[in-house]
Design a protein around this ligand. Structure first.
Ligand code: SF4
Length: 312
């Protein structure tokens, strides 16, 4: 989340049940799922027949990057590497190169490592078991649950930023969730899960989509919300957030931007390059560039070759 949510700018009048009526979760969930069926974005990794690997690649790419930037990369990636084994036989540098400008390139490295393990340990099939998924590099609790739910239709708590925000408002009556995931949030999210596997998987993606499209961070479009009259935050009159302010993540001038600039030199080059070429990509602060290069080498995102040249 990049900014503190504000009071909604366009709340529509409550409709459906009277404002005094409180519906059960079993009544609210189908409305959000029906809204999803009518309004979900047409995303290629949600298409019928997409492999679990395709879902997994999308989850890695979407971790820190908006959908619009992920779409072309995901398509290129799946065309080039339709299975984990296809990726794992290439050098890891190719994965980093193909990651392009998605940011946080360690995700590409981790995805390549995970592909190698899937090809070797799991017969080139993304596992459906939560524990097996979590044993893969780069797969944490959220990503494992998302893959199992979206690719295999399993019943799991899938708690990303969007779902957390929807539940904080709809159920918790507050503008935003805590800074980090709490046990209480997990318990609440579990209490919203339908019993049936397929229903739970649909609910997971529907709640996420509502948070991405309507119940957005800064200006939720409550007039389009299918459960406006069930929303505890709306019913309470949108009380202002009184918790700690959230700061947006700065990028300009950071070490992260510096690392990106240095890495771009190698990504856009067909041949290894001199260290000076990379450092020249960040003329603003030589010490910061040195530090960034050292960290890229330490992370294995850049390799030093025999002749002292650098490559991916
Ligand atoms: S859940 Fe619906 S009504 Fe409540 S804040 Fe979000 S968009 Fe508005």
């Amino acid at each position: 989340m990049s900014a503190e949510p504000e009071r909604p700018s366009r709340p529509r009048p409550a409709d459906g049940p009277e404002r005094g009526a409180t519906r059960t979760r079993e009544q609210v969930v189908p409305d959000i799922c029906a809204w999803y069926a009518a309004h979900a974005r047409d995303l290629p990794w949600r298409e019928r027949g997409v492999s679990a690997w395709g879902v997994m690649v999308s989850e890695f790419m979407l971790q820190q990057t908006p959908v619009s930037r992920v779409l072309p990369r995901w398509r290129e990636w799946m065309e080039r590497w339709p299975t984990p084994a296809d990726l794992s036989v290439e050098p890891v540098g190719e994965a980093v190169r193909a990651w392009g400008h998605l940011g946080y390139p360690r995700r590409a490295q981790r995805l390549w490592q995970a592909a190698a393990e899937i090809a070797g340990r799991f017969g080139n099939v993304v596992p459906d078991d939560l524990e097996d998924l979590r044993s893969l590099p780069g797969v944490g609790e959220y990503t494992a649950a998302a893959i199992a739910s979206f690719a295999y239709g399993r019943r799991h708590v899938v708690l990303d930023t969007n779902v957390r925000r929807v539940l904080a408002r709809l159920d918790g009556g507050v503008a935003q969730p805590p800074a980090t995931v709490t046990r209480a949030e997990r318990d609440r999210a579990r209490s919203w899960l339908p019993d049936d596997d397929a229903d739970a998987a649909l609910w997971a993606v529907a709640a996420m989509e509502l948070g991405a499209q309507v119940c957005v961070a800064t200006t939720p479009d409550c007039g389009r919300c299918p459960v406006r009259s069930d929303c505890a935050w709306a019913r309470a009159g949108y009380p202002a957030w009184t918790g700690p302010a959230r700061r947006g993540q700065a990028y300009a001038g950071t070490d992260r931007q510096c690392r990106g600039a240095l890495l771009a030199v190698l990504r856009e080059s067909d041949a290894p390059r001199h260290e000076a070429d990379l450092l020249a990509a960040w003329p603003v602060d030589a010490a910061q560039a040195d530090r960034a290069l050292a960290s890229l080498l330490a992370d294995g995102l850049v390799r030093r070759e025999d002749a002292g040249l650098l490559s991916l």
